[in-house]
Design a binder for this molecule. Structure first.
Ligand SMILES: [Zn+2]
Length: 293
């Protein structure tokens, strides 16, 4: 009798094990915008989660022990690459290559037109590549292929979701191209150099940035150059929710610039990738054209 029960228990454990191996694929992404893109493809067939907390810097984040185990548990890890997230380079190197999707390396991405963005000391490509709807589709396509490999029975669903997302993005992109036109000649500076994809694709006139990455404090020489550029042609200065130096507020006041806020990762209320881009368009337009949108 006891042996029978033990057998039954073993069978149950085996069945449970089998059902676990058929569990939904788990996609982990480094940043919220990548999560939003992955969710468009995953639908309810796969789980998607974000590694970094909302307020963490996407340039430098001290990983916790629990973050390492989340990386191990994920079936697929989507990140931009060491050009943006150098703090992830080592942990990612320890994962099997098939589990990793490095967005920065994908073929067919669009990159900002360098001439339109002031750039004195860097000629690297801006890694904030999700701020171009066309790139979001490229990333989504790569996620689709990975999900199909992990979960072949849902191939049709993933492909359909990709199609829907691609046509949504095409429509959104055309709408934003028209919507951003009135702001095209208005000079501004951003807090960190993270918006070049949006600025370049929608023909905006960025004069400068306060700092290249949020972790660096601007030097006196750079602040002088910024002051000159903005006093000549500037109308707006964009801060960020977690980067809000009093010195830059003072500069805006001194030069009579309007202050706006940009969030490259989307705010807490951002629930879809479309909302992220729409919010960015609204934030740019509200400050640049001085009209509520
Ligand atoms: Zn950034």
């Amino acid at each position: 009798m006891r042996i029978m029960m033990l057998k039954g228990f073993l069978v149950a454990a085996l069945l449970l094990g089998t059902s676990l191996s058929h569990a939904k694929p788990l996609v982990l992404s480094s940043l919220k915008p990548l999560t939003l893109i992955a969710q468009e493809i995953a639908g309810t067939a796969a789980d998607v989660d974000t590694l970094l907390p909302e307020s963490a810097s996407h340039h430098d984040y001290p990983l916790k022990v629990s973050d390492y185990s989340r990386l191990q548990k994920a079936d697929l890890f989507v990140w931009i690459g060491p050009e943006l997230e150098s703090f992830l380079q080592k942990p990612v190197a320890n994962l099997p290559a098939t589990k990793i999707l490095t967005a920065y390396d994908l073929p067919g991405l669009f990159w900002p037109d360098e001439a339109s963005v002031s750039d004195d000391h860097h000629h690297a490509k801006d890694p904030h590549l999700w701020l171009d709807a066309r790139n979001a589709v490229t990333v989504a396509r790569a996620i689709t292929e990975k999900l199909i490999k992990l979960d072949a029975p849902n191939t049709d669903l993933y492909r359909k979701n990709l199609q829907v997302f691609a046509s949504k993005m095409h429509e959104l992109d055309n709408r934003l191209l028209a919507q951003m036109k009135p702001a095209s000649g208005v000079g501004f500076a951003v807090y960190h150099e993270g918006f070049a994809h949006f600025v370049s694709h929608y023909g905006l006139r960025q004069l400068d940035y306060i700092t290249f990455t949020p972790e660096q404090k601007p030097g006196a020489k750079h602040m002088q150059q910024l002051r000159e550029r903005l006093s000549k042609d500037g109308s707006c200065l964009f801060l960020e929710p977690y980067n809000n130096l009093q010195a830059t507020r003072d500069l805006a006041q001194e030069l009579h610039l309007r202050i706006g806020t940009l969030d490259a990762l989307g705010t807490q209320s951002t629930k879809t990738y479309s909302q992220l881009l729409e919010q960015m368009a609204t934030d740019f337009l509200t400050c640049l054209t001085n009209v509520r949108h």
